[in-house]
Design a protein around this ligand. Structure first.
Ligand code: 5HC
Ligand code: ZN
Length: 164
């Protein structure tokens, strides 16, 4: 059977599959102290803001930031937190497929999350201030940060041959 940590991380991975970002699909799963899922999210444009009208590009040929996704996209972590009713703020754990950026770190801290479990970190070296700031904030606020160590290499879901 699947461990709790693998289970919640797998849910974050599955949620990431919903993202329409062609370059990076990120998923997050917020879990209460009691192990109840409070919220799930992935990166996408805000509700009502159509993918048909907003760009998914990383760069604009004209150098116009408004032609890129960055000013518009809601990060997976924020969606997971906003999708909850905040019933039990204390002791929440956030499972994320990617280490959170500094803007998400602020929201994670202010919403009362006490532990972040991430799968990969985008940061290549210490020069990326976004992730250095994120580490600093989480550490100052006493939010535990842990890299998920999977117990299972894969968790296949097979609709063709369900073991029921
Ligand atoms: N923790 C994160 N949560 C997220 O939801 N994202 C999203 C925002 C963008 O849609 C995409 C990053 O795009 P790129 O610059 O790697 O092509 O991933 C990114 C990170 C990484 O910090
Ligand atoms: Zn973020």
């Amino acid at each position: 059977f699947i461990s709790w940590d693998d289970y919640f991380m797998a849910i974050a991975f599955l949620s990431a599959e919903r993202s329409k970002d062609p370059n990076r699909q990120v998923g997050a799963c917020l879990v209460s102290q009691e192990g109840i899922i409070l919220g799930i999210g992935y990166n996408g444009f805000p509700r009502g803001c159509s993918d048909d009208k907003l760009p998914w590009a990383k760069k604009s040929a004209r150098g116009d930031p408004l032609e890129t996704k960055y000013p518009y996209v809601v990060h997976a972590e924020v969606n997971a937190i906003l999708n909850t009713n905040h019933a039990s703020a204390a002791g929440q754990k956030l499972y994320v497929t990617m280490f959170p950026c500094n803007e998400c770190a602020k929201i994670i801290i202010q919403s009362g999350v006490s532990e972040v479990l991430y799968f990969v970190e985008k940061r290549i070296d210490n020069s990326d201030h976004v992730y250095v700031a994120s580490h600093n904030l989480l550490s100052m606020a006493g939010v535990k940060v842990r890299k998920h160590q999977p117990q299972m290499a894969q968790i296949p879901i097979n609709f063709q041959d369900p073991r029921v």
